[in-house]
Design a protein around this ligand. Structure first.
Ligand code: PNS
Length: 164
């Protein structure tokens, strides 16, 4: 059984993330989207882990071999806990590479059984990031082309509540 874990912050989940999940779901028997719970108090998320998981669950509802989970602590330990050996990461441009390479090597040191595989999202999503989506949304811009419907609804609700 080829079980892959796709870890990330997903704050929020974009069309780029969704594209990587779809591609992974065609390659592996099972894919777990693993949402980072709370790395440290320095990093603040727009959405709670529950909200991020809810958004992703709705966005991947049509993919039968995909589950959504959360993890805390080291990814290497979570891989052991799940009995999974494939870490899927998305790569956009060369700018992602250095950081991803470092993490892949560290994760290999921490868990030699887990192999990191990179999947490139479709070209049209290669310029999107969660932080850019948040920036556009914060300034009232239209992000509907960049994120799936559940993310769009959550962003709208977030800003409506803040204004109210
Ligand atoms: O979506 P992101 O923010 O690029 O995802 C990063 C993530 C969650 C994959 C990474 O920060 C992570 O694995 N965090 C858990 C702690 C850990 O294992 N770090 C890597 C080894 S030092």
């Amino acid at each position: 059984m080829m079980h892959a874990v796709y870890p990330g912050s997903f704050d929020p989940f974009t069309n780029g993330h969704l594209d990587v999940v779809r591609r992974a779901s065609r390659l592996f028997d099972k894919v777990t989207v693993a949402v980072l719970y709370n790395p440290d108090k320095l990093k603040s998320f727009m959405f709670s882990v529950g909200e991020r998981m809810q958004i992703i669950s709705e966005a991947v509802a049509d993919l039968e071999n995909v589950e959504v989970d959360t993890f805390d602590g080291l990814l290497a330990d979570y891989m052991r806990h799940k009995g999974a050996r494939i870490i899927v990461k998305g790569l956009r441009a060369v700018s992602d590479y250095e950081y991803e390479l470092q993490m892949a090597h560290l994760n290999r040191q921490l868990n030699p059984d887990a192999e990191t595989l990179f999947i490139m999202a479709a070209t049209r999503w290669s310029f999107i990031s969660s932080s850019m989506v948040k920036e556009i949304a914060r300034h009232g811009g239209d992000v509907s082309r960049f994120v799936p419907e559940p993310t769009l609804r959550a962003l709208r609700a977030h800003y409506e509540n803040r204004e109210g």
